[in-house]
Design a protein around this ligand. Structure first.
Ligand code: NAD
Length: 476
């Protein structure tokens, strides 16, 4: 597939390529240009050229284009989901949900496009003011490989509705579905140059987006360390910035919780997408009164999970997205074993056998008796590994939950309102779920605190973050 710049499919200027392979089989799927600084410059020029006409359209009209594109995405969801599974690895059911999630986001922004009011401020004898919403200009979007479709929606939906144009860079291992969605947006009526997609590495194309002074806002989702570098670089051209970074979400299970519901919640929220989700449950704190029965049930469910090619039927967990990601998890579990940092109750190994030979599969892993300070709980573990700790009371759970540099999400499983209130008030995170974990609907603001990032995606908040006000002061 080629890059999409100014409504045209184009190759990279230096004619080098990135191969996209299937993480379940190692097979070649397609190749995309390894875009460079010069390609980003071309994309920015196209975005500049498209800006005035796009920004002048009524918001309702822009919203209708998003709506038409969403219908087209729904019509083609099977092909899109298949493409996503091929390049990313996740089971087809998860890809289908993600593709539909993309359509949901566009529809949400189309829906609110009809009632974006400005303000009238009456100043008495000093006059009156009319305040209107305006786009920021050209926005940059940098997408990770773990949820490429949903995250493309989080960024394009509000940015384009607000009247901005965009240069978007997919992750190197998952560019294909992003490219296809870009084409569908254009088929839905998005004018050429409004959304430009430059493929390429983070170091080359990514850095060029971050540094380009014509890009007024950057929205980045990815790793904390990359986010930190990017923030520094983006500061040089005074860009507005949204950073959606890593997380180490705690899940707290209290004795009054519905145990079966909590077990299912933990299973989904940790092993969905082979554990490669920013808001996955990455640390589970269960009250000691219910720990034995909770852990037994959880172990049974984890051991029943089926691992395999995401295109297969009845597959719960696909491969990890790359050899590198799997290697990180393997190494971490070896260290846990060698340093006796916990008891590996289930999993803890890659998968052997011809079906698994060429893919990056890792058996879902349950670790108990994790010692405090283990890297299993201090680092972000981006794979199918669930560390479980027992806690004697809520005070300990809250203290441990906050014992992290991250602050994306957290959940508490309880029927008690005062427990809920304490967790909501005291745990540091952008979202607190109760008897649930992982849901991020398009209407709800989403983002983290501390090292998990800054700014919010989704909802009205994201639209505001891609807009600025302009005031007409009438002195009369
Ligand atoms: P990553 O930081 O390696 O890459 C993300 C994107 O940034 C890719 O497109 C990559 O090519 C690009 N990039 C890399 N280096 C760059 C640089 N120096 N300059 C510009 N761009 C650069 O992250 P990843 O491994 O793709 O994603 C996993 C991480 O993303 C995890 O930490 C996860 O928690 C986080 N994440 C956060 C959220 C959230 O909303 N908070 C959502 C999903 C994933």
């Amino acid at each position: 597939m080629l890059m999409r710049i100014g409504g045209k499919d184009v190759g990279g200027i230096d004619e080098t390529w990135i191969e996209v392979t299937n993480p379940a089989t190692g097979e070649f799927i397609d190749r995309v240009p390894a875009g460079t600084k010069e390609d980003v410059t071309r994309a920015v020029e196209a975005a500049e050229e498209a800006f005035d006409a796009w920004a002048k359209k009524p918001m309702r009209e822009r919203g209708m284009i998003l709506y038409v594109a969403a219908r087209k995405v729904r019509d083609q969801y099977k092909d899109l989901a298949r493409l996503l599974t091929l390049e990313q690895g996740k089971p087809i059911k998860e890809s289908t949900d993600e593709v539909r999630g993309f359509a949901n986001i566009l529809e949400f922004y189309a829906g609110i496009s009809a009632h974006q009011d400005g303000e009238a401020i009456q100043l008495g004898t000093a006059g009156d003011c009319i305040v209107v919403r305006q786009p920021l200009g050209i926005c940059g979007a940098i997408i990770p490989w773990n949820m490429p479709v949903l995250i493309m929606g989080w960024k394009t939906g509000p940015a384009l509705l607000a009247g901005n144009t965009m240069v978007l860079k997919p992750a190197s291992s998952t560019p294909l579905t992003n490219m296809r969605l870009g084409q569908i947006l254009e088929e839905g009526g998005l004018p050429p140059g409004v959304l430009n997609i430059v493929t390429g590495s983070g170091v080359s194309a990514g850095t060029a987006i971050v540094k380009n002074p014509a890009i007024r806002k950057l929205s980045f989702t990815g790793d904390c360390e990359t986010g930190s570098k990017i923030r520094e670089l983006a500061g040089a051209s005074l860009k507005d910035i949204t950073l959606e970074l890593g997380g180490s979400d705690p899940m707290i299970v209290m004795p009054d919780a519905d145990i079966d519901k909590a077990v299912e919640g933990a299973l989904r929220a940790r092993f969905y997408n082979a554990g490669q989700t920013c808001t996955a449950v990455k640390r589970l704190y269960v009250h000691e009164k219910i720990a034995p029965v909770f852990i037994r049930k959880l172990q049974e469910r984890i051991e029943a999970l089926t691992v395999g090619n995401g295109l297969g039927s009845r597959i719960d967990i696909g491969p990890m997205n790359s050899a590198e990601q799997r290697e990180k998890i393997s190494r971490r579990i070896e260290e846990t074993r060698d340093n006796k940092e916990g008891t590996i109750l289930s999993g803890g190994h890659t998968l052997k056998g011809t079906v698994y030979e060429k893919g990056y599969f890792y058996r879902p892993t349950l670790v108990t008796n994790v010692i405090p300070g283990s890297a299993l709980v201090t680092d972000e573990i981006f794979g199918p590994v669930l560390p479980v700790m027992t806690i004697p009371d809520l005070d300990t759970a809250i203290r441990e939950a906050n014992n992290t540099r991250f602050g994306l999400g957290a959940s508490v499983w309880t029927k008690d309102l005062s427990t809920t209130k304490r967790v909501f008030n005291e745990v540091k995170a952008g979202i607190i779920w109760v008897n649930r974990h992982l849901s991020v609907p398009p209407e709800v603001p989403f983002g983290g605190v501390n090292d998990s990032g800054m700014g919010r995606e989704n909802g009205q908040h994201a639209l505001d973050s891609y807009s600025q006000t302009k005031t007409l002061y009438l002195g009369w």
